[in-house]
Design a protein around this ligand. Structure first.
Ligand code: TXA
Ligand code: MG
Length: 349
């Protein structure tokens, strides 16, 4: 299959291009498109065969359920039942935006999209191309991140092409995504809301509007209870080809340890990439190829650059990636969750 890459304006998506992509969705094909978080690989969420195509193209295990994307908060009622007042408040506050809500599903949603669970993940993305595509297609769009299973999520069309060229019908290229990490997955089917995956909306933000106990696991280990509700969370994710070593701890100690490791690997003749922050970059000499994620004072920049820099290192053929850990506040929780899951080794200093 030929994968067509179609450039499209993020501010004023061209109608004709959206219509072409929507036609592919309606006839059961696969279209990758930008959202505000990462690129998604979309198919008609109401079409079992189309959904099977997503799993095939990504090499994704069938027990890892998909997020269904809508363009109008009112459509939530078609996909979900027994909605609570909390769900209404959250949709009003955070949609369109990087919040995915797990709710009880109706019969409209095929079990293939939800890995046979009685629940469905729903979100309304904040991106004009994504919203325009869903509206033009006239159906909700099921979309996981548009990467090969296990690889870092794509934040640009070329990342999607690198992973899925020849396996999908079209890529709508709307430039780089803004948030850079995926949506927060929030389970609303229990007594208390529970974050199953930290993401673009922080737990602090959610607590501010709910005045309720919001459970949030640690950014790293995946609790058994989460695994049961969200089977896919247990798989290894975001893995670069290089060996990623994450060094966590207080800033100075982290930089010291990374310098030491960089020299050691350089002596061994290995090519080393360092994921640094603006504040620490000068601490690293010439032992490695240093990329700056952003300032430690602004996690949104760090989140935006995270997957891109990991993929850039892979493209350069770096063998070892040394990554700094960050404090787990705000978006830092999502960043650390992705880094820990991408890491082959974690060192605490
Ligand atoms: O930002 C995002 O969320 C992106 C864009 C494209 O919207 N999508 C994304 O999808 O990251 P994916 O498939 O890579 O991750 C969805 C996560 C998975 O970890 C899955 O296990 C969880 O959501 N999930 C989906 N449906 C679920 C359900 N019914 N119950 C619990 N977890 C669910
Ligand atoms: Mg994914």
């Amino acid at each position: 299959m030929d994968t067509r890459v179609v450039k499209i304006s993020r501010h004023r998506p061209q109608k004709g291009k959206l219509e072409e992509a929507a036609e592919i969705i309606r006839r059961g094909g696969l279209v990758a498109f930008p959202t505000e978080t990462v690129y998604g690989l979309g198919a008609n969420a109401l079409d079992k065969k189309a959904i099977a195509g997503i799993f095939r193209a990504k090499g994704r295990p069938a027990d890892d359920p998909l997020i269904v994307h809508i363009a109008d908060p009112g459509d939530l009622h078609k996909l979900a039942k027994d909605l609570s007042e909390r769900t209404r408040i959250l949709a009003e506050k955070f949609w369109p935006g990087p919040l995915t809500m797990i709710v009880r599903k109706t019969g409209l949603v095929p079990g293939q999209a939800t890995a046979g669970l009685g629940t469905v993940a729903v979100r309304m993305p904040k991106n004009r191309i994504a919203l325009g595509l869903i509206r033009a297609a006239g159906v909700p769009i099921a979309a996981p991140s548009a990467n090969l299973f296990g690889r870092p999520s794509p934040t640009a069309a070329r990342h999607v092409l690198g992973d899925l060229d020849g396996f999908i019908d079209m890529i709508l290229d709307g430039g780089s995504t803004e948030v850079g990490v995926e949506s927060t997955v929030l389970d609303l089917t229990g007594k208390h809301p529970e974050i199953l995956r930290p993401g673009g909306i922080s737990v602090e933000d959610i607590r501010k509007v709910l005045y309720d106990t919001v459970r949030a696991g640690s950014g790293g280990k995946i609790a058994k209870a989460v695994m049961k509700k969200s089977p896919g969370m247990g798989y290894r994710h975001y893995a670069p080809k290089a060996m990623l070593i994450l060094v966590e701890g207080e800033e100075a100690g982290v930089a010291g340890k990374i310098s030491e490791l960089a020299s050691k690997y350089a002596v061994e003749g290995k090519s080393v990439g360092i994921m640094a922050s603006k504040e620490t970059r000068r601490r690293y000499g010439k032992a490695g190829d240093v990329s700056v994620l952003g300032s430690r004072k602004n996690f949104s920049t760090i989140a935006r650059n995270l997957f891109k820099i990991i993929r850039d290192f892979d493209e350069k053929g770096v063998e070892i990636i040394l990554a700094e850990g960050f404090p787990e506040e705000g978006l830092g929780v999502a960043v650390m969750n992705r880094l820990r899951r991408a890491a082959r080794r974690i060192i605490r200093v």
